[in-house]
Write a protein that binds this ligand. Structure first.
Ligand code: ADP
Ligand code: MG
Length: 235
C-alpha cells in the first residue's frame, strides 16, 4: 500500500468579516495516497479553492487536523510554511499567474531564485523543463506573446522545477478551450505518471472524467468520493 501524502480529519474552516461568519468547510475527512490523480468537484462557492489553499499551506484552518506526508500541519510561521511549500507543493492556477515582464524561462526559473540557486544554473534548469514541455523555442518570449495553452504549460513547468511531491491545480483549464484543456490534462497525466500526486479542482465533468478518483464537495461536506470506473489503472 502506498503511503498517504495528504490526510485531513474533521477539518473546519470559516471566514469571518465583522460580525458575519461563513462556515465553508464543515468537517472534511480525506486521505490521498502518494501517486494518486484526483479531482475535486463542486459548484462555485462550495469551498474547493478554500480546501486547496489549506492543502497548499497558503491558508490556515480552524479545527481538525492536516497531515502532509505524515507531518502535522497547523498554524505555522510564514517562513516555515514556505519551506514546506517549496519542498512539497507545486501550484497551477486558472489565470496562470505568470509575471508579465519576465520571459518564459525566467518565470519557470523563479522558484529556484527563492532557493538561492544562481541565475546561470536556474536558467539552465528552466530550459530543461521548457524543453520537456515542448516550449524551448519560446524561452525568451514574454507571457503576452504566448497562447493560453502555452502559458499554462509554462506555469506547469514552473510548478515542477522544485521537484514537488504534489501538484495542486485550481481550475487549470478554466480559461482554456476544450482542445487546449485536453492537452493540459494530458500533460498533468504525464506528470502523474512520474509518481507526483496530482489534485485538480474543477467544475467540469469532462476534466474530472480524466482523473482516477472524483471527490464532490457540497454544502461544506464531502458528498461523494469515488474511484472513476472509466479509468482502470487506479493506483
Ligand atoms: P470555490 O472555489 O468552490 O468556488 P471558494 O473556496 O473560493 O469556493 O469559496 C467558498 C466560499 O467562501 C464562498 O462563499 C466565498 O465567497 C467565500 N470566501 C472565499 N474566500 C474568502 C475570503 N478570503 N474571505 C471571505 N469569504 C471568502
Ligand atoms: Mg475556486
Amino acid at each position: 500500500m502506498k503511503n498517504s501524502i495528504i490526510k485531513i480529519e474533521s477539518l473546519h474552516k470559516s471566514y469571518f468579516s465583522g460580525e458575519n461568519s461563513l462556515h465553508v468547510l464543515k468537517g472534511l475527512n480525506l486521505e490521498i495516497k502518494e501517486g494518486e490523480m484526483v479531482s475535486i468537484m463542486g459548484s462555485s462557492g462550495s469551498g474547493k479553492s478554500t480546501l486547496l489553499n489549506i492543502l497548499g499551506i497558503l491558508d490556515s484552518y480552524d479545527k481538525g487536523s492536516y497531515y502532509l506526508d505524515g507531518m502535522f500541519i497547523d498554524d505555522m510561521s510564514e517562513t516555515k510554511a514556505a519551506k514546506y511549500r517549496n519542498r512539497y507543493i507545486g501550484f497551477v492556477f486558472q489565470s496562470f499567474n505568470l509575471i508579465s515582464f519576465k520571459n518564459a524561462m525566467e518565470n519557470v526559473a523563479l522558484p529556484l531564485y527563492y532557493q538561492n540557486v544562481n541565475r546561470k544554473k536556474r536558467n539552465e534548469i528552466a530550459l530543461q523543463y521548457l524543453d520537456k514541455l515542448g516550449l524551448k523555442d519560446w524561452a525568451h518570449h514574454l507571457p503576452s506573446e504566448l497562447s493560453g495553452g502555452q502559458k499554462q504549460r509554462i506555469a506547469i513547468a514552473r510548478s515542477l522545477i522544485s521537484q514537488p511531491r504534489v501538484i495542486l491545480a485550481d481550475e487549470p483549464t478554466g480559461a482554456l478551450d476544450s482542445k487546449t484543456s485536453n492537452e493540459v490534462m494530458e500533460i498533468l497525466k504525464e506528470v502523474n505518471k512520474t509518481g507526483i500526486t496530482v489534485i485538480i479542482v474543477t467544475h467540469e465533468e469532462e476534466i474530472s472524467s480524466k482523473t482516477n478518483r472524483i471527490i464532490r464537495l457540497r454544502d461544506g461536506v464531502i458528498e461523494s468520493d469515488k474511484v472513476n470506473s472509466k479509468i482502470l489503472s487506479y493506483v
